[in-house]
Design a protein around this ligand. Structure first.
Ligand code: ZN
Length: 264
C-alpha cells in the first residue's frame, strides 16, 4: 500500500485487527500456514492460530518468524516506524523515532534495529562455521499439495509419477539452511554432484557441520566438511541431532507460498 503521509497510514491502520488482517494477507494470501511445520489447516483461536498437525500442534500468530515476533509493540506503531524509517532519505535516529511515535527509546531502538535488519541489503556471506547447515534439493513449480514427508518421493524423483507417467518438469533448486540463521537457494540444471558441490563450496565454509540425506550428489562432502547423513530410503529421518527437518520444513512453507502466488 502506498500512503502519502503518516496520518493517512495511521488513519487506515486504526485498529490492530485491520493490521493483522492486512499482514496475514501479505504473508499467507488467505491461507494461513504453520510456520513450524508448514501444515495448512490451522484452527483459528482467539489470539491467533493452532496447528492441526498431530505431531506439531503449535500455537502461532502471523508475527511468528518475522521481524514482529516477540514484541508487544502494536502493528500500527511498527507500520508507522517502517514508514518513517524508509521515507527519510538519510535514515532516522532512534531518539527521533521515539519522539515521533511516542514510544520509549528502548522500544524505538529495538524497532529500528529490526527494521534495519529487514532492509539491509544482505551481502552474501558464507554459511556454516559454528552454525549447522542442512542441505537438500527440491523441485519447485506446478501445483503442490502439502504432502506428508513419506509421500514426497515424487518431489525427489520428478521424472516419473508414482503411477509411472511422466511428470511436468519443475525447476530444481538446492537449498542450504542454517539451523539458526540464513538460507541460500540456488537453481541447478540437474541433480548431479558436479552441479551441486561447487555451489556448496561457494556458500558454506569448509569444515562446517553439514547434514544431508544419502543422495549421491552429496557423496565425498566429508572431504571438506564435517558431513553427517540420514538415510531416508531406510526410513531414517532423525538420528540424534542429525536430520534435515529444517530444510524440509522450509520447502513446505516455500511451496505453500509459491502455490498462493501461482493460483492468485
Ligand atoms: Zn505445525
Amino acid at each position: 500500500m502506498n500512503f502519502k503521509s503518516l496520518p493517512q497510514l495511521l488513519d487506515h491502520f486504526k485498529e490492530e485487527k485491520t493490521c493483522i488482517e492486512y499482514y496475514e494477507n501479505i504473508r499467507w494470501g488467505g491461507n494461513p500456514a504453520c510456520p513450524q511445520c508448514g501444515s495448512l489447516n490451522p484452527y483459528k483461536t482467539t489470539r491467533g492460530y493452532k496447528c492441526s498437525d498431530n505431531e506439531c500442534y503449535k500455537k502461532f500468530t502471523v508475527k511468528v518468524g518475522t521481524i514482529f515476533e516477540n514484541s508487544k509493540i502494536p502493528f500500527r506503531i511498527w507500520f508507522a516506524a517502517i514508514y518513517l524509517a524508509t521515507s527519510h532519505k538519510k535514515g532516522i535516529s532512534s531518539v527521533q523515532l521515539a519522539i515521533d511515535l511516542g514510544i520509549t527509546q528502548k522500544s524505538s531502538w529495538f524497532v529500528l534495529h529490526r527494521i534495519r535488519e529487514m532492509l539491509k541489503d544482505k551481502a552474501p556471506r558464507m554459511l556454516g562455521e559454528n552454525n549447522m547447515v542442512e542441505i537438500d534439493e527440491a523441485y519447485i513449480g506446478g501445483k503442490e499439495q502439502n504432502k506428508h514427508t513419506s509421500k514426497r518421493r515424487s518431489d525427489k524423483y520428478p521424472h516419473l509419477k508414482n503411477d509411472g507417467t511422466p511428470y511436468t518438469p519443475k525447476t530444481m533448486v538446492v537449498g542450504f539452511i542454517e539451523r539458526k540463521g540464513q538460507v541460500v537457494l540456488k537453481k541447478v540444471p540437474r541433480a548431479v554432484k558436479y552441479e551441486v558441490q561447487p555451489l556448496i563450496d561457494v556458500h558454506i565454509k569448509h569444515g562446517s557441520k553439514v547434514h544431508t540425506d544419502e543422495s549421491h550428489i552429496y557423496r565425498n562432502l566429508d572431504l571438506t566438511y564435517n558431513h553427517s547423513t540420514v538415510v531416508h530410503s531406510a526410513r531414517q529421518y532423525v538420528v540424534g541431532n542429525v536430520h534435515t527437518n529444517t530444510i524440509e520444513n522450509f520447502w513446505n512453507v516455500l511451496k505453500r507460498g509459491l502455490h498462493v502466488c501461482i493460483t492468485m
